[in-house]
Design a binder for this molecule. Structure first.
Ligand code: DAH
Length: 319
């Protein structure tokens, strides 16, 4: 019997032999039942045999279970080092990439990032920005108005108002976000991204137009990773005085408008509770789609928003 247990090769067989031995009518069970008729020596002997057999069953069971586990590990082994074809590996959208690069540059210059709501009220999008009621940007043709008088933010300049209201001055911030206007062609999308910069400090900190121009040059040259030829043109924005537009020379012959900027208008400061006799500063704003298009050599802004994976795959953005 002992050898038989030791030589059993499967858990099933072991189980059935166990039942045949210790089950309700098992051989050992029956013998134990006869114990009262035995001599003292015979009882000791039987108890010993009983214990030995139980032990042997246990040992063999452990051995067989162990063997089964080893077998399973061997046959179900997964080779994680196996090479496979990389398929459809994801990549960051070029606009995401652009935003994080520009953000990192501005942060390195001491600017802190702000965001704001895409549905704005008249105050933050227009009035506080010194935009008169007759300004064309308020025209129904240009802006998406909601029935309650709110508007889909037409410019991230709204964020500079929120930042000055929330943080006070001095302040050095940049705002990023989507903006909306009723326009659509190869270089305009009804939804586009803007980045806004604002730096305001005490008058005696001497923040000037030169600082503004140098900041924009630094930002663009770091982003495009080369020296740029820049041109400054006088311009008009209700929220800056004086106002300028900044162009860069592209492909050797073309001037491209990149950003609007200027010294923050005293009325804007006043609207944010800041005394323009004590504080001054500059602001700038530009479309991040535009600079991304230049960097990636694209001619249609709408491709950014089509969500076409084939385009993303073929345009060389993949990491
Ligand atoms: N908000 C302007 C636009 O959408 C861009 C701009 C111009 C922002 C001058 C500024 C600024 O902060 O000072 O066209």
């Amino acid at each position: 019997m002992q050898d038989k247990i030791k030589n059993i090769e499967s858990l099933e067989e072991l189980q059935s032999l166990y039942t045949a031995t210790f089950g309700k009518n098992g051989t050992m069970t029956l013998r134990l039942r006869e114990m009262s008729k035995m001599s003292a020596d015979e009882r000791v002997e039987l108890n010993k045999e009983n214990a030995t057999l139980r032990e042997l069953f246990k040992v063999r069971q452990t051995e067989l279970e162990q063997a089964a586990l080893m077998q399973k590990l061997k046959t179900e082994f997964v080779d994680v080092t196996l090479d496979t074809e990389p398929k459809n590996r994801g990549t960051l959208h070029p606009l995401t990439e652009t935003l994080s690069q520009i953000g990192a540059i501005l942060e390195s210059l001491g600017y802190t990032m702000w965001t704001g709501p895409e549905i704005e009220d008249d105050w933050h999008n227009f009035t506080a920005l010194n935009t008169p009621s007759y300004h064309p940007a308020r025209d129904m043709q240009d802006s998406f108005f909601l029935d309650n008088g709110n508007v889909l933010r037409t410019q991230t300049s709204a964020i500079q108002i929120r930042a000055m209201e929330g943080n006070g001055v001095p302040i050095k911030m940049f705002g990023v976000g989507r903006t909306y206007r009723k326009e659509m062609d190869a270089t305009h999308s009804p939804m586009f991204g803007q980045i806004e910069g604002l730096y305001v400090d005490k008058i005696d900190a001497h923040i000037t137009m030169s600082d503004l121009v140098a900041t924009i040059r630094t930002m663009l040259e770091r982003y495009f990773e080369r020296k740029l030829e820049m041109r400054i043109r006088p311009s008009y924005f209700p929220f800056t005085e004086p106002s300028i537009e900044i162009d860069i020379k592209w492909n050797g012959d073309r001037w491209l408008e990149i950003a609007g900027a200027g010294m923050v208008h005293p009325n804007v400061l006043r609207n944010c509770g800041v005394n323009p006799d004590e504080y001054q500063g500059f602001a700038f704003g530009f479309g991040w789609d535009r600079i991304a298009m230049l960097k990636f050599g694209l001619d249609d802004i709408r491709q950014f928003y089509d969500g076409d994976v084939r385009w993303l795959k073929n345009s060389g953005f993949e990491a």
